[in-house]
Design a protein around this ligand. Structure first.
Ligand code: FES
Length: 106
């Protein structure tokens, strides 16, 4: 599956992701700026905050209680389409995704 990362400045970068990897891991592995992923994906840092494209939002697993709590602590305030990208796992069923990274993560 492909993941399109759009920067806060509007610059898009398309990356080929691996099934089973998260959107956070895919960014870090490919050197995509805008996602830090400090805690490695265990929901304790909120530095993997992204805004998910409205067209993709409904296909994602719902936000868990802990993710919801952590989303209250993001550096750039959360929006209705905010998710923590370490919680979005790539799969063929989910397909391609498009996310926008916030201006800052820390
Ligand atoms: Fe830390 Fe997602 S990488 S919460």
């Amino acid at each position: 599956p492909k993941v399109t990362y759009v920067s806060d400045a509007g610059e898009a970068r398309v990356v080929d992701g691996l099934v089973g990897d998260s959107v956070m891991q895919t960014a870090v592995r490919n050197g995509v700026p805008g996602i830090t992923g400090e805690c490695g994906g265990v929901l304790s840092c909120a530095t993997c905050h992204v805004f998910v494209d409205e067209a993709d939002l409904d296909r994602l697993e719902p936000v868990s209680g802990l993710e919801d709590e952590m989303l209250d602590g993001t550096v750039v305030d959360r929006c209705p389409n905010s998710r923590l990208s370490c919680q979005i796992k790539l799969s063929d069923e989910l397909g391609d995704l498009r996310v926008t990274t916030p201006e800052a993560q820390e």
